[in-house]
Write a protein that binds this ligand. Sequence first.
Ligand SMILES: Cc1cc2nc3c(=O)[nH]c(=O)nc-3n(C[C@H](O)[C@H](O)[C@H](O)COP(=O)(O)O)c2cc1C
Length: 255
Amino acid sequence: MILYFSGTGNSRYVACCIADYTEDDAPVSLGDRIRAEDCSPIVSPRPVVIVTPTYAWRIPRIVEQHLRKTRFEGDRRVYFVMTCGEDVGNAAKPLEKLCRDMGLTFMGLGSVVMPENYIAMFDVPNKHRADEIVRHAQPTISTLSHAIAQEQPFPKSAGGALGGIKSGIVNRCFYPLFVSARGFRYTEKCNGCGLCEKVCPLDNVYLAGNRPRWSIRCTHCMACINLCPQGAIEYKKASVGKPRYHLAPPAGGEK
Ligand SMILES: Cc1cc2nc3c(=O)[nH]c(=O)nc-3n(C[C@H](O)[C@H](O)[C@H](O)COP(=O)(O)O)c2cc1C
């Protein structure tokens, strides 16, 4: 079984590519499970594959919290695949611990560099550059898919001392310092279509008077701002004038 969490589509795209290669069923959205507070057991006859974005050099905290509440039945081997704009630090170490705590077998962490989506903090690529990055990611996705199909562990990735700092102390400081919905606002371009409400994996956006409001359960996935068809959402001043980024599933990808 392939599970994914995705704000702007990169991790869903990679999950679909892996499912296609390994002839697995359509990937299951962890966002949908988290939204529905669905912690029903994950039952898989083959190793489970979990695909997520990188948030401050670890898997998103909300995903880890959800996994810790979920029972895994059947095959207890788990692969992690993290999409990232640049690097995943030493995310493997906390994932090994997660698996140990849950009695799962850690089959390794694979990382795939995909287009950056953190528009609240960095630049995101334009369409042309994003297409290039996605094309460049294909061999890595194939190599990881091949290992999964063969049920071989991923090669060990060395995070190094700096990786340890990023995935450790920096990650812990990141959430209280930066992750808040307070910076989001809509502009006069908003036509009240409500897509922002639909795409929020945490049910944190709602419409009031036909305009978006943000509640307090935000994980900075950047779905609302990047997927708004009108480009009518901004994050403080950081996003003004920047292109928006999101990625559709591969052709025939969602099965
Ligand atoms: C809150 C946040 C934190 C991020 N932190 C990192 C990071 O530590 N390292 C990195 O390389 N990319 C980082 N990124 C970039 C994303 O991990 C990357 O663009 C990912 O592919 C997005 O996946 P998605 O489209 O499935 O949401 C971050 C993005 C967000 C929104």
